[in-house]
Design a protein around this ligand. Structure first.
Ligand code: DC
Length: 218
């Protein structure tokens, strides 16, 4: 029996890499919903649209083709933009566009359309509370901001992205504040989610904890 798994939490808590490993182990599909907000942020940049111009952003979403390929990489109008959306600038811009209620509505509809059957792992900020309220397993993955910043520094260095620790820590705190304080679907733990603090755990240990929870459900 397949189930759906919702993984929410603040930026750089390890949601995406943990979801990738879980998807591989379970034979599930991982949908990185943050990549969708990042792709929309990228669209606003290349089209010179302000990140609070809600109606224009929604028409950008409607008039461009956004999808994932078989390897889970995000494709915009046929182009793989996975690398282009990982910059620090796109992280903040994604958080900015995600404040718009109509933008969220459009992306949540797309996410539900993709994950309409079981066997999906969705990671984001509002999966357990909004997108897949009926997910059988809900995880709230957290870690200290300092640990998250350090991980992002290592990740950025590996990807040739600017990696100044103090700047990344400040950006993480700013994004945490913005994502938890927006008026629509702010980041918060679903009442039925299980919290895992990954500050002192490596990703394999987090995966083992989640697998143990998944096994109780399937
Ligand atoms: O997970 P991420 O860092 O790639 O997400 C980028 C931004 O997108 C994040 O700061 C807030 C927004 N986001 C959201 O509002 N809801 C989601 N389900 C996923 C991401």
């Amino acid at each position: 029996m397949s189930i759906n798994i919702a993984i929410d939490g603040p930026s750089a808590a390890g949601k995406s890499s943990v979801s990738d490993i879980l998807a591989q182990k379970l034979g599930y599909v991982h949908l990185d919903t943050g990549a969708m907000y990042r792709a929309v942020a990228y669209l606003t940049k290349v089209n010179n649209v302000k990140t609070d111009d809600e109606d224009k952003i929604v028409s950008l979403i409607m008039n461009n083709s956004l999808s994932f390929n078989q390897d889970g990489r995000i494709v915009l109008n046929g182009e793989d933009i996975s690398e282009k959306i990982r910059s620090n600038e796109m992280s903040m811009a994604a958080s900015d566009v995600s404040k718009n209620p109509k933008v969220r509505e459009a992306l949540v509809a797309l996410q539900r359309e993709i994950a309409r059957s079981k066997g999906y792992i969705l990671d984001g900020r509002d999966i357990g509370t909004v997108v897949l309220k009926d997910a059988e397993v809900k995880i709230f993955l957290t870690a200290d901001p300092a640990d998250r910043a350090l991980r992002r520094v290592i990740q950025n260095k590996a990807n040739n992205i600017p990696a100044d620790y103090e700047q990344i820590l400040a950006e993480i705190k700013e994004r945490d504040y913005q994502d938890t304080h927006r008026s629509v679907s702010p980041l918060c733990k679903a009442a039925d989610a299980i919290e895992i603090d990954s500050s002192k755990l490596d990703k394999e240990e987090v995966v083992e904890k989640i697998l143990a929870i998944v096994k109780t459900k399937i």
